[in-house]
Design a protein around this ligand. Structure first.
Ligand SMILES: [Zn+2]
Length: 472
């Protein structure tokens, strides 16, 4: 079967287990009938950091965030920061896709990165900011998205945005479209304000189910049901947050003046803290002679003695990773210490004493795929590859922190308070549902594999040099 059209419904922040539980309880009848019964529902692994924006990239580009050079929802480009120039948004080289700068993600991606919008020219995008190469008129919410987001943010009516997404999708079905990417923000937004399993959040899953029902009915009426491929995916999970640990305060109390959002016009900073989903952060450190160039763990130990060890002490910090001068990554936490290296497709993982991830016995050298098989059922599925890979971006921090379940890494300046978080390497955030109206290959999948799979199902050539694997 070669599919003529493809629709991806991105249920932002949806947990794979919530989908499974609601399906088992009969609360998602349309998803069951039109997708699961004809196709498959699997637990996939998203990209680190498990956060909105960067974790959309795998679906749309077939590449992980570091390959796109967009390693977080906030980041710093030290080389640009070193110029010391300012724009309207803050220092040149500092970026946040939260709010007005959302769409800069398209210009920040490496120039050679292509998107499904380019490969499938009759494409549409709804409430999605990653839309490089979309033809004029293809972005159905180019200006409106910001209006909808502010309205929903102020009135807490995210279900209204999901309903608008459904209406806009249904309006497309009469067009001769090849691809539609539709974002449903309500699950993520309600969960941040309440709990990942709050009744309002679960009702938003049912809203996605209703969208599937209306879409299927419309496609059947137009005789387009059989040759339209439908996916429901998510960019990350979410877990309840009981405690906020303030990395900014931690650094500043040690005399390390730190640049962070929203206070990005602050002068004389020697560190930058760029948070993603609040469960992950990039830390950048300035050399005495300037911002340019990475600061490796040894050098950091000389400039801020004891800082790395101290950073592993708060219970909020689950994993700390730092660049080493030889290109390897030092991993530290309260459980243990290890050294990780990614060379091509090969990972080398040397545990020094106890394993910080707690994986148990692993080969010293293994391919990324073999590592995925070994770790898929653990608390950190695909953790070694994902952590090693993020360090392949020059915009990744000198130090990366991943939060422990129940904690996040941001306290002040988050309004309203986040009661759920994501972004970390933990399975609660890294597990993502992949539900498809067609059967899927067996074996563990990453969300980045969806891109080559759907192109194959549509009879299209899969581009070379992507991170997604052709699993068929
Ligand atoms: Zn998200």
């Amino acid at each position: 079967m070669t599919y003529k059209r493809c629709v991806i419904l991105l249920a932002d922040g949806a947990r794979a287990d919530c989908f499974e539980e609601l399906l088992a309880a009969g609360r998602l009848p349309h998803i069951k009938r039109h997708l699961v019964a004809r196709g498959a529902s699997v637990r996939g692994v998203t990209a680190f950091p498990s956060t909105t924006g960067p974790a959309y990239l795998p679906f749309l580009t077939g590449c992980l965030p570091a390959t796109c050079n967009v390693p977080g929802i906030r980041w710093v480009d030290k080389r640009a920061l070193a110029r010391g120039r300012y724009t309207l948004f803050g220092p040149e080289g500092a970026r946040s896709y939260v709010g007005i700068e959302t769409f800069r993600i398209n210009g920040d991606m490496r120039p050679e990165i292509g998107t499904l919008f380019q490969l499938l020219p009759r494409s549409y995008s709804i409430f999605n900011s990653v839309c490089r190469g979309i033809r004029p008129g293809g972005n159905r919410t180019r200006i409106m998205r910001i209006w909808y987001w502010y309205y929903a943010h102020l009135t807490d009516r995210w279900q209204f945005v999901d309903s608008a997404a459904t209406d806009k999708l249904l309006a497309l079905t009469r067009r001769d479209f090849q691809f539609a990417f539709v974002v449903f923000p309500a699950i993520d937004e309600y969960a941040h304000a309440t709990d990942p399993r709050h009744p309002r959040v679960l009702a938003a899953y049912e809203g996605v189910d209703q969208a599937v029902g209306l879409l299927a009915e419309r496609l059947q009426r137009l005789r387009r049901y059989d040759d339209t491929l439908i996916w429901i995916v998510s960019d990350h999970g979410l877990s309840a947050t009981k405690n906020h640990f303030c990395v900014n305060t931690f650094l500043e109390e040690r005399g390390i003046r730190t640049l962070y959002y929203p206070l990005v016009f602050k002068r004389g900073c020697v560190a930058a803290n760029m948070m993603s989903g609040n469960g992950m952060t990039h830390l950048y450190f300035r050399h005495p002679d300037g911002w340019e160039g990475p600061m490796d763990a040894t050098m950091l130990g000389r400039i801020h003695p004891g800082l790395l060890a101290e950073l592993t002490k708060p219970p909020a910090v689950d994993l700390l990773a730092a660049r080493e001068a030889d290109g390897s990554i030092l991993i530290l936490n309260r459980r243990g210490r290890a050294r990780l290296r990614l060379e091509g497709d090969w990972l080398k993982y040397e545990v020094d004493g106890a394993d910080p991830f707690g994986y148990g016995a692993l080969p010293l050298r293994m391919r990324a795929d073999e590592q995925l098989q070994h770790t898929i059922a653990s608390d950190y599925p695909d953790g070694l590859y994902q952590l090693a890979h993020i360090f392949t971006s020059p915009r990744t921090g000198d130090v990366v922190l991943s939060a422990a379940p129940g904690f996040d890494l941001r306290d002040a300046y988050e309004v309203p308070e986040h009661r759920s978080s994501h972004g970390s390497l933990h399975r609660d955030h890294m597990c993502a549902p992949i539900i498809c109206s067609a059967p899927l290959p067996t074996g563990p999948m990453r969300t980045v594999d969806v891109f080559p799979l759907l192109l194959t199902m549509m009879g299209r050539a899969v581009p070379q040099k992507i991170d997604g694997r052709a699993l068929f």
